[in-house]
Design a protein around this ligand. Structure first.
Ligand SMILES: [Fe+2]
Length: 292
């Protein structure tokens, strides 16, 4: 038993209006209005995928993983409780705010608030209209995208996400952080998406290093690159990752957390075997920070 996909993310940020224009005009998300959960944004037929609320953290506030139905939610609740995790269930008011039929709340071993839910709101009657020139985002069975969780103890986080939430290891990249310092980054899947979660002991102040959205064409990536480059927001050039083969670039969100914007990642199938890599990229992904 495992979660099926990353369904939604909520951010607590100092400048909500800067995030609104960043997500819509730069990344091409659809403005889905403001509710008690903050400003909501769409990338597909779901009522929302990203929520942005006012807050001092300037960081990911919570993430929601999806299961198929009520039975799946019950099974995950039991699994979490058997692992000694404190789980809050049956919060009708929270479920209404999230637009889901049922959910549970808990935290990962390093304090990231997580939710597991079923029964998300679909709004096919309100067609997705991108906020900028984007032909589409790749979601569906692969969920919203991925994020890279920064933790002080990656082995402990890995045990939680694999043994309790049911993620499986895709591969490991030994990231060279200095001449004598190598930090392993663990890439985990829960569906065909190569990784829905990565875990690494990067010495960063935020809960995540970046989150990733996958678009439908190389032109979508190129046009977004130009829109972000026009405002000096690119943090890494176009490149291709060694593990998921995604062609992507990175840019700075208004909160410092980065966003990866990519296309054409390879997917997990039955023939997948775990591998290790010494480098994150085949080509590109050169840092452009501090070069301005
Ligand atoms: Fe990524």
């Amino acid at each position: 038993m495992s979660v099926k996909s990353l369904g939604y993310m909520g951010f607590a940020v100092k400048d909500v209006s800067a995030w609104r224009s960043f997500l819509t005009q730069k990344l091409g998300l659809m403005d889905a209005g403001v509710t008690d959960d903050g400003a909501l944004f769409r990338i597909d037929s779901r009522a929302w995928r990203i929520a942005v609320q006012q807050g001092e953290a300037d960081d990911l506030a919570y993430a929601g993983y999806e299961v198929a139905d009520a039975a799946g939610l019950t099974q995950m609740t039991e699994k979490l409780r058997q692992a000694g995790i404190e789980v809050v269930t049956g919060d009708v008011e929270l479920a209404k705010r999230r637009g889901v039929m049922g959910l549970i709340s808990f935290a990962d071993p390093f304090g990231l608030p997580l939710e597991i839910y079923y029964g998300a709101s679909e709004v096919f009657e309100k067609p997705f209209m991108p906020g900028a020139a984007v032909s589409g985002f790749l979601t569906g069975e692969q969920g919203l995208g991925h994020f890279v969780r920064c933790v002080p103890d990656s082995e402990k986080a890995l045990a939680f996400y694999t043994q309790v939430l049911g993620f499986q290891l895709s591969d490991v990249i030994d990231m060279k952080m200095g001449p004598d310092v190598t930090v392993p980054a663990y890439f985990l899947h829960c569906n065909e998406r190569h990784h829905t979660l990565a875990i690494a002991a990067f010495p960063l102040p935020k809960r995540i290093h970046h989150f990733m959205l996958e678009v439908s064409s190389l032109n979508d990536v190129g046009f977004a690159f130009d829109r972000l480059d026009a405002d000096g927001l690119i943090t890494s050039t176009l490149g291709c990752h060694t593990n998921d083969h995604m062609v992507s670039f990175y840019a700075a969100t208004p909160s410092g957390v980065e966003v990866e914007y990519g296309w054409a990642a390879r997917t997990i199938d039955r023939s997948w075997v775990v591998a290790r890599h010494d480098s994150p990229s085949m080509w590109g992904h050169k840092s452009v920070r501090n070069k301005a």
